[in-house]
Design a protein around this ligand. Sequence first.
Ligand code: CO
Length: 175
Amino acid sequence: MLKYKPMGKLKIRKYPDKILSKKSAVVRNIGDKERQLASDMIEAMREFDGIGLAAPQVGILKRVIVVEDATSNNKGVPYIFFNPRIIKQKGRCGFCEGCLSVSGVTSDVIRPESVVMEALGPDGKEIKIETGGVLARILQHEIDHLDGILFIDRVNFFKRKKILKQISTKVCIEL
Ligand code: CO
């Protein structure tokens, strides 16, 4: 990954940017251009202290996500997944989520507790991961981005209203 030099800063798109609610396209070919994008996304994720990032968040509607679970033993080893999809899910649990594209707010979101995910790695090889905990949470959150879904779309009406109010209040203060 290091052989891809940084291309400069990617800008993080913020809610309510319309691109965040669009569906991303399947990556048909994994070449240098695609790997460079993933490498730039990792750079942006680290810069903004994220633990996951999806391509639409940097304005690119392609099915690419990067993940770096700082709480796991894999700290410092980011994952790159092309065309990730959840093929199995089990259980349900609440977990406090935030998002680089929805700054300043967090919310408890109910999702499946463990998942099986299939994807292609940067070398184009098939990857299958069965996981629970934080990693399962990140994968589901990032894959949602590829389908134009934000975590605030996953909470109930009242919570969502409260969150959106927080966002607009924040903007008012910043103005
Ligand atoms: Co997010």
